[in-house]
Structure formats: C-alpha cells, structure tokens
Design a protein around this ligand. Structure first.
Ligand code: PDD
Length: 287
C-alpha cells in the first residue's frame, strides 16, 4: 500500500498530492503549519498544537478550514492509512488559491489544507550521548516569529549554514546580542550560577510546545526555570546548553561556535529534563 496524503478534503496517493500553482502558500508563503510527534500511536500534545495552529491562523486572518474534531479525525485516518505508529503528522494551511495579487483575495477563496504523515526514526541516541554543535548567526527573521508561518527562508538558510559548518543547528542572535531561538528549535542554557534559562515568550520566538510541556514538567519536579533573554556571551560561558522541539525532544549542545560548552559533554540538567520528557511522552496528559 502506498503513502497517502490529505489534500483539500480528499485522501490521495502521496505521489499525486498537489496544490494549484496559484496557491498563495506557494506564491507568497501565505500560510501556517504544525508538526506533531506520534509515539506508540499516541499523538503527543495534540491539543496544544491545535491551539497554536488556531492562533497562527487567527493572527494572519486565515479561516480555519475545519473544526478540531475533524483535524483529529484526519490525523488518525492518516496514521492508519500510512501505518504510522511512530512518526510525525504535518499540517499546512494557506490562504488558498487566487490570481496572484498581494492583498487578500476578495471573499470566496477557501483556505487550502494539506496533511501528511510519515514514519521517522526517533532522535539518534548518539546525539544525546555526545551532544550536538550549534553555530550562531544574526537573526534576520521578521518581527512575528510567534506565528508558525511557512515563510521559513531565514531558517532554511540558517540551517544550511549550520550544516555546512558541520553543526546540527543555528542559533539566532538579535540586535542586542541575545539568543532568540534555533532555526527549528527553542534554546536553553544553564548558567554558571546554575540558573536554567530559556527566552521568554514574545514576538521574537515561536512558543514551542515542547518548551511549554518541559516548563510544566520542570515546575512539577521543583526545577526552577527563568524565562528571560540571555546573551550569546552568557551561552558561551554556560555550564550547559540544549535545545527542544517536537522532533528533537531535549538534545544537549556541547559545542557553540566551535568551542566546548561547559565540560564539552552533555550535562545533568539536560539529561534529567529529557528523562522527564520521555516519561511524559509515555503517559501523555494535558498539561
Ligand atoms: N519546528 N522554534 C522554531 C523556529 C521552530 O520551527 C520550532 C519547531 C520550534 C520548537 O517548537 P515545538 O516544540 O512546538 O516543535 C521552535 C518544527 C518541528 C519544524 O519546523 O519542523
């Protein structure tokens, strides 16, 4: 049985799944997306992801093409049809198809929706054992990074620059010299004083769902987290650094701009938080 995608109300063979050339997502990146992780058939943090999807749509004044029950139904149908128990579901919604013109199309253009699902291998355990390298670069993104928009050109360029430098992730640095987040992950450090820090929510970062769940898990475990800006300099002097996302969970960073972070080995705080997060994924409950 071949892979199946959901496109505007129909399940179609993945190889034939397509949107129109005048889809505004294609022409203007006028759309939003979500990525959810599926583990042992469970969709992790599904409602928080759908909350964020609805928020992104609202901020861009794109109508939601369906209600929450329908999203959940299609998600399960895609998992079933593609025989995915461990993987991801990708959802993308755009403002729809219209003759190319920058302003929103006049009334009557329905949004486009595409959903796909695929198996992915869990994060390579080697990355947890050895940690990963990150390189910093100026944050050249727009001022609404809180919206999960498909407009990801700076993220694409950043990730590519990181890969070419032999690193796994790019850390974006704002004009004040503070780290905002990674190209597709949230950024965390443990300072020399033992303070666990991640950037506060706002327009400069995406409100990561993994970040959100981890904050709750840390609070439950009486681990104090300070949500504030931290500078690249502070990160370079940190005891530990790590990143979080739906697909990378909690991954330690052992090299920043070619220099070791802390001892140059994954630190105990990141390891502990990853254990907590794994425990949470095994018994997902709304937080
Ligand atoms: N990336 N920051 C950015 C810019 C991201 O793109 C992501 C997610 C995150 C982490 O968010 P979450 O914990 O909700 O995954 C932070 C997804 C996985 C992607 O683009 O594939």
């Amino acid at each position: 049985m071949s892979r199946v995608a959901y496109v505007n109300g129909r399940y179609v063979p993945h190889r034939d799944a397509a949107v129109h050339v005048e889809d505004r997502g294609y022409q203007f990146a006028d759309g939003v997306y979500e990525v959810v992780c599926v583990q042992h058939g469970e969709v992790i943090d599904e409602d928080p992801h759908l909350d964020r999807l609805e928020r992104s749509l609202k901020e861009l004044r794109i109508a939601s093409p369906m209600g929450r029950r329908a999203y959940k139904h299609i998600t399960r149908e895609l998992l079933r049809r593609n025989r995915v128990t461990d993987g991801i579901v990708y959802t993308q919604i755009t403002r729809g198809v219209a003759r190319r013109d920058h302003p929103f199309p006049a009334a009557g253009t329905p949004p486009s929706i595409v959903m796909t699902s695929r198996r992915i291998k869990p994060q390579d355990p080697k990355l947890f054992d050895h940690g990963i390298a990150v390189v910093s670069m100026p944050d050249i993104r727009w001022q609404r990074c809180d919206i999960k928009s498909v407009s990801l050109l700076p993220n694409v360029l950043g990730k590519q620059q990181a890969r070419e430098a032999g690193a796994y992730e790019a850390w974006f640095v704002d004009r004040d010299g503070n780290v905002t987040e990674g190209a597709s992950t949230n950024a965390w450090i443990v300072t020399q004083d033992g303070e666990l820090v991640t950037r506060q929510l706002g327009n400069a970062i995406l409100g990561g769902i993994t970040r959100r769940s981890l904050l709750q898990l840390a609070a439950d475990a009486q681990i104090k987290v300070v949500e504030r800006a931290f500078s690249l300099d502070e990160a370079r002097r940190a005891r530990e650094a790590f990143l979080t996302s739906t697909t990378s969970f909690v991954t330690p960073i052992t090299k920043l701009d070619g220099k070791p972070v802390g001892s140059g080995k994954p630190g105990p705080v990141a390891d502990r938080l990853r254990e907590l997060y794994y425990g949470y994924m095994d018994t997902p409950e709304p937080v």
